[in-house]
Write a protein that binds this ligand. Sequence first.
Ligand code: NCD
Length: 301
Amino acid sequence: MSFYNRHFLDFSKTTKADIYFLFDKLPSSHLVKAKVQQKSDISKSVGLLFLENSTRTKISFELASHDCGYNPVSFDEETSSLKKGESILDTLLTLQAMGVSAFVIRHGSALSLKELSTQIQIPIINAGEGVSGHPTQALLDAYTILKSQGTIENQKVLIIGDVKNSRVAQSNLELLTLLGAEVSYCGPQELLPENNQQRFKTLKEGMEWATVLMALRPQLERHSGDSFAKIRNDFVKDYGLNSQNLSSWKKDGVILHPGPYIREQEITSDVLNDSRCRIFDQVQNGRLIRRTLLALILGDL
Ligand code: NCD
């Protein structure tokens, strides 16, 4: 599969070779802007539709667009005609008619990007869809593992916490498995998905197995009523990463978190300062991955 002029919604049509092709293009992605500016005076526009909150993904796509010489157009739901009852499809058709070259879309769950993508001619990039997937986050997580461990193959990745409600966990399961890593879960039973994936009852057992720890934020917005409040204390006590449980963990292990992290809940401040913690590498790699992906999809790399 080539990325050019394609939607990027999940990993269903992606091969291992496609992923390494993209990773190999990262170092030359800083050359895109000059090439783009040489080709045309009119810059391509990228429509950013974030219908759910975001800091890292939205701003890194904005910066990534600038990096490539594209013009990011941020759609503000609150002041848009969505509030007058216009549908998302009609919004996208309108922006497409204005000449936007690609869409980056995040939304809660009320629409299906797959369905929309059959009616839109320009590429759509999934920037987080309900609990079903967040593929560019998984790409940057995999790349961070590759850079810190030298290989993704045979890494043992333990996803900890509210796995059931995490689109990051879902996309990482798909991608890391494709790239030859093993993935297991650890967390309160009610926060783990019902599938056949290996899981550990205790964090201690999981950490003994793992070479990579991926902590997740409790997805409060996806819990009904006070269902999380009931398990919060046990969650932090039994599954939170802190200096005590990390003191005896592998010196060459890696700690990841997609963010936003909630200090002193799933991760303590001292873990954020631990030399094995790669959270800010993840953020940095996010901008690189997204500019490379945008440039490949728009045919400039
Ligand atoms: C995640 C998201 O929004 O899906 N964050 C991110 O994109 N970096 C995870 C989360 O919200 O917990």
